[in-house]
Design a protein around this ligand. Sequence first.
Ligand SMILES: *[C@@H]1O[C@H](CO)[C@@H](O)[C@H](O)[C@H]1NC(C)=O
Ligand SMILES: *[C@@H]1O[C@H](CO)[C@@H](O)[C@H](O)[C@H]1NC(C)=O
Ligand SMILES: *[C@@H]1O[C@H](CO)[C@@H](O)[C@H](O)[C@H]1NC(C)=O
Ligand SMILES: *[C@@H]1O[C@H](CO)[C@@H](O)[C@H](O)[C@H]1NC(C)=O
Ligand SMILES: *[C@@H]1O[C@H](CO)[C@@H](O)[C@H](O)[C@H]1NC(C)=O
Ligand SMILES: *[C@@H]1O[C@H](CO)[C@@H](O)[C@H](O)[C@H]1NC(C)=O
Length: 750
Amino acid sequence: MPTMLSLHSRHWFLGAVLMAFVADIAACPSYCICDNIQRVVTCIKKQLTEVPVTIPEGTKQLDIKGNNINIIPTGAFLPIPYLTHLNLQKCKIHHLAEGAFRGLGQLISLNLGFNSIELIYQETFDGLMSLQQLILNNNRIEEIRPGAFSQLGFLNFLNLDGNVLVYLPPLVFQGLQQIKYLRLSNNMLNNIADEAFAGLWTLKRLSLDDNELQYLPTEALSRLKNMARLDLGRNPMTHLGEDSVKMGSLKHLSLDNMSLQEVSHTAFIHSPGLVVIDLRYNQLQVMQPLEGLEALRMINLTGNPIQCNCLMTPFREWVSNRTKLRAEVFCSAPGVFRDERLDSLRTTDLKCVSQPSDHEDEEELNLQSEAKKNNQENQPCPEHCDCKHDLQHSSCEGKGLRKIPKGFPVDALLLDMRYNDFYLVPRGSFSDLKSLVSLHMQNCRIHEIHAGAFRGLKKLIYLYLSGNEISSLQPTTFEGLPHLTYLYLDDNKLTSIPKGAFKLLPNLFALHLEYNPIPQLTDKNMEGAENLRWLYLTGNNLTSISPTAFQPISGLQRLFLDENKLTAVPTIALMGAPVLNELKLNNNPIKQIGDSAFLPVAGSLQHLWLNDMGLEMIFDGAFDGLHSGLESLYLENNKLSNIPDLKKFKSLHTINLSNNPWNCDCPLLHLRRWIANTNVKVTAVCSLPENVTGLNVKDAPFKHCKTRLAGKRKGSLKSGRDKRKPGKAKQQNKKQKKNKVQYAVADLTM
Ligand SMILES: *[C@@H]1O[C@H](CO)[C@@H](O)[C@H](O)[C@H]1NC(C)=O
Ligand SMILES: *[C@@H]1O[C@H](CO)[C@@H](O)[C@H](O)[C@H]1NC(C)=O
Ligand SMILES: *[C@@H]1O[C@H](CO)[C@@H](O)[C@H](O)[C@H]1NC(C)=O
Ligand SMILES: *[C@@H]1O[C@H](CO)[C@@H](O)[C@H](O)[C@H]1NC(C)=O
Ligand SMILES: *[C@@H]1O[C@H](CO)[C@@H](O)[C@H](O)[C@H]1NC(C)=O
Ligand SMILES: *[C@@H]1O[C@H](CO)[C@@H](O)[C@H](O)[C@H]1NC(C)=O
């Protein structure tokens, strides 16, 4: 009976508390198994909703997998500080508070796999200073805040497999000074910043297989100086270009199950240490001898449609010249050699069909293509299209099709229909493609998209509609795309965005609207697109932006407004984007930048483009608030004769002042001083006064200024403080003006 049960359990609870006081060793909850000698406690699948901290204080290993602990609050483990192993697998955790693991300074292994964690905060893993293994596989992590791992200096294994990461920002793994093995398999990565892996000096193995990488992230990978093994299989790459693999210490490279059609003969030239290259199950028909691989022992090309003809002769020779190299290459054609090993053939066997006296081969080839055709006929694929069943890629690129074909394999992941003449995308065009991840319809002369056109594409992440003639969208255009993350609408004819057009895309992360003639952004344009991080509006016709335009997308990190017709910095609208990191305003006709223009984004802005604007004047307080965080500032090709003192910028590492008519008279002395004291490379040339025209600012004399220095400095004092909260620009502005006098006085007394 329920009452008896609850009575019973209350009894037990009191008892447990009492016991905990009396003797630590006895405090084992009835639903746990406690081994007091090994100090191991297991409470598996007990429907616990909280971490059982009433266990013996000295417990070293705690295994509570399979419970129902939704949230790990700050300091949850403070009562059991001696844990070395903690297993929280499958506990339905969706939120880890900042400081959740504080106090676990002896923890070596932490398993958080198979939960529903979405976000890693900067302070989530605070205090885990001994941690060696961190397992976060099969969660829903889509974002890792920079610095999240900065305290984990002893970590050597990090597993992030099976999450939904699409992008790795710069320095995301900073602080992992001893990491050996990093797993990122089975995410949705398609963009890796060049500096994403910076600082991982000790990394030996990296798994990036099963992602959405279309190109090898050459630069990012080249930062990994100690890498021995790299797994890149199952990414949708088609080419491996010259010099694309640049890892001097790499020994083992897996590139299997991709869509490679071509591998450059110099692809690996900067990775001379390679011992094994795995190219199994790609689309390679021919291979060339690979340059610069003296250490190579094994290349596996099993599962490629290798054509054993004269084009393979150099490769065959290259292999046989190297006694230590084993090459697993099986012929797929011509038919007489099918499934034969390449190295079992003589060089004279490798003939080309066009050579005379080769009727036999030609016949074989015909036979073979017929066989292929028959084989394809067994599985669905629309006419004029090519369906690679094993790769789940289908293509009807450039076939002049007037109607969107139907009847693709239902398990297709990628559908490429670029360069056709569809004109219209009717309702239900893709209703059976439930697995499709990526849909390419660039340059298809599409004028119109019917409501519900994309319905059924439940897994779609990438939708490419660039280069069409789309002039309007309906609020229902994007119905039925719950996972859409990247939407490309650039190079179309959009003149407006209807209110709530993106409302049905809760997962939209990047929206490309470049080169449309959109004249303004209004209030509700972005409603519903709450996860939008990157918004590209380059090359539109924008003259105004509503003050609340960005409010619905407050997580915006990148905003490109360059090449528009804005005449002022949209300061008030920026209040809706308090975590903005990159802002492009270049190539807008903005002549002046007033005080506190960027204050709403002061806490987060790192990169600012103000070049090519005909800019004549920047007020002394224009950069207020940006001084501690701004890293790059582009001011080239303007009409500036002076700028605010740069002395207060603490993180600035890139600045471009080229092509401005600098007036190298006393008011610019601060710039000369700053240039003399910085490591940042700066080019600024004097235009005035006439007797110094053409000199670099740093070489201009400014001689007569020295005596008047104090007076001049006073005049150009600025009012900025560095740490200001965004969102109150107007108020701040007033305050500043009041403060100005005080600052001036203070500065003079120093
Ligand atoms: C690679 O593709 C082949 C053929 O489709 C398949 O048998 C194999 O399991 C795949 N390997 C991996 C690791 O996905
Ligand atoms: C090459 O790949 C095939 C197919 O996966 C495999 O069976 C074979 O063992 C591999 N060869 C070597 C030497 O590893
Ligand atoms: C293989 O060795 C022979 C003889 O040394 C040489 O002539 C030929 O160019 C080599 N072929 C390749 C592809 O390295
Ligand atoms: C851009 O806007 C102006 C008015 O502000 C208009 O005259 C012009 O036609 C627009 N350009 C395009 C390409 O729509
Ligand atoms: C600065 O801008 C000028 C003019 O656009 C360009 O030529 C130069 O390369 C830029 N310098 C740096 C350091 O980016
Ligand atoms: C340039 O002219 C100013 C006066 O106009 C003078 O003070 C300064 O010394 C001159 N500088 C040089 C380098 O001749």
